[in-house]
Design a protein around this ligand. Structure first.
Ligand code: FAD
Length: 391
């Protein structure tokens, strides 16, 4: 059974909710789940230090260069702290979720950079070519889920994102491009909230984790526009991935393990040339409609600047694991924006897009996160609505 509200075409996209759900369930979700577990896609290179460029250090970022789940101690659930005291020697490593193996893997593997360009992403604020302060993170050991990061620090970031950079468009908003930026951010926000709800700390004392469907209803499902924006963002990223197919099909997914790397390439090809996808939703989003008017180039610059600000705001996120996933997903969005808007496909062949290894990892992991969220809403949305309404 599905949520009845979500039928027809996803607003501003070219596919229907039902099509997205069946495509995702049958094809995309299973493929993406396998892809993100491959050695190529499971490590992400990231600068995790936070140097917030917008406001003075609010004490949230003091645990720099620590583990990936570096939340402000006072906001972090008690059981985590207790279990760590026994396992880890350093005072700095406070948020390891009791798993010493979750420590950042700092092995910079030079093999994995062969065959990939080094070029900065014009939409994001981090210099992606600056390796000096970057570390590798094993994403599988650091799942995006409830971390206890909440309160004024988290609220300030979302407020800054929405109020300064992508104010909610009015219903009469004519500027399609501004609407796109708002929807992308709102869709990402929905996805983050759904991951929090899907893997929630239900009982601090017993350290019990599980679904919290009330949270999903309260934050996402009760607002049809937030669900719509999630589907929109999923289709937008899917379009970017398929538009870059020529590039992604011949890219090097080498990590030194030939058998696993061959399987990564095969999975990538199955995703990019999927007959079911091509038949059911050949153009998930039509980017050719944007930047048409006279003010197109100027508008693009404005939106690029706004998106860069959003990207820089990720350095103000006070919980390190949230910052990790925030940075990854914003880079994924920035990569999609680069694929769809930085290459003038009328004058240049689509193969001219050049992507960095890290951009591709971010893009595919973002698509997977959105696919997980779409699947979760599809499977659990109705129940969450029932539970949410009787609260
Ligand atoms: P928030 O989610 O903080 O929302 C703030 C306000 O934004 C809402 O009151 C509403 O007005 C508006 N809003 C909410 N959702 C949407 C939407 N989809 N579209 C439009 N407007 C919306 N916490 C974790 O536990 N784990 C994480 O991995 C994690 N990652 C984060 C990553 C980033 C980049 C940020 C900024 C925060 C992250 N957080 C994470 C914190 C989390 O997002 C919430 O801020 C926190 O759980 C408090 O939630 P809240 O209910 O107060 O509302």
């Amino acid at each position: 059974q599905e949520l009845q509200k979500y039928t027809g075409v996803v607003e501003d996209c070219c596919c229907e909710y039902e099509t997205v759900n069946s495509l995702n369930g049958e094809v995309l979700h299973p493929l993406l789940q396998k892809l993100v577990r491959t050695p190529f896609f499971r490590y992400f290179k990231v600068k995790l230090w936070c140097d917030c460029p917008f406001w003075p250090d609010d004490g949230m970022c003091r645990l720099r260069d620590c583990s990936v789940c570096e939340c402000p101690e006072n906001e972090f659930p008690e059981p985590f702290r207790n279990s760590l005291e026994h396992n880890l020697p350093s005072d700095n490593l406070q948020c390891q979720e009791g798993k010493p193996q979750a420590i950042v893997d700092r092995t910079l593997d030079s093999i994995t950079f062969r065959g990939w360009i080094e070029a900065d992403n014009p939409w994001t604020s981090d210099d992606e070519t600056d390796n000096s302060e970057m570390t590798y993170v094993n994403l599988l050991l650091n799942p995006e889920r409830y971390t206890g990061y909440t309160g004024p620090s988290a609220r300030r970031i979302w407020d800054a994102i929405y109020s300064e950079n992508c104010p909610k468009y009015t219903s009469g908003e004519v500027c399609q491009e501004k609407k796109v930026l708002y929807k992308l951010i709102s869709g990402l926000h929905s996805s983050i909230s759904i991951h929090i709800a899907a893997d929630y700390l239900l009982d601090e004392a017993a350290n019990t984790w599980g679904e919290n469907l009330e949270v999903m209803y309260d934050r996402v499902v009760q607002y049809p526009d937030r669900v719509g924006n999630l589907y929109f963002t999923f289709l937008f990223i899917l379009r970017a991935v398929t538009k870059a197919a020529n590039y992604l099909e011949v890219a090097k997914y080498d990590t030194g393990n030939h058998a696993e790397d061959a399987s990564t390439l095969l999975l990538m090809k199955q995703l990019l040339n999927n007959p079911k996808l091509q038949a059911a939703c050949p153009l998930p989003f039509d980017e050719a409609k944007l930047w048409k008017g006279e003010s197109g180039p100027q508008l693009k610059q404005t939106i690029q600047r706004q998106f860069k600000n959003i990207s820089a705001l990720m350095d103000c996120v006070g919980c390190e694991k949230c910052r990790l996933w925030g940075k990854l997903q914003v880079l994924g969005l920035g990569t999609a924006l680069k694929i769809l808007f930085s290459v003038d496909s009328q004058n240049q062949p689509e193969t001219s897009v050049q992507l960095q290894r890290n951009e591709v990892i971010a893009l595919v992991n973002l698509l997977n996160r959105l696919s997980e969220s779409v699947q979760f809403v599809h499977e659990r949305g109705l129940l969450s609505e029932k539970l949410g309404k009787v609260q």
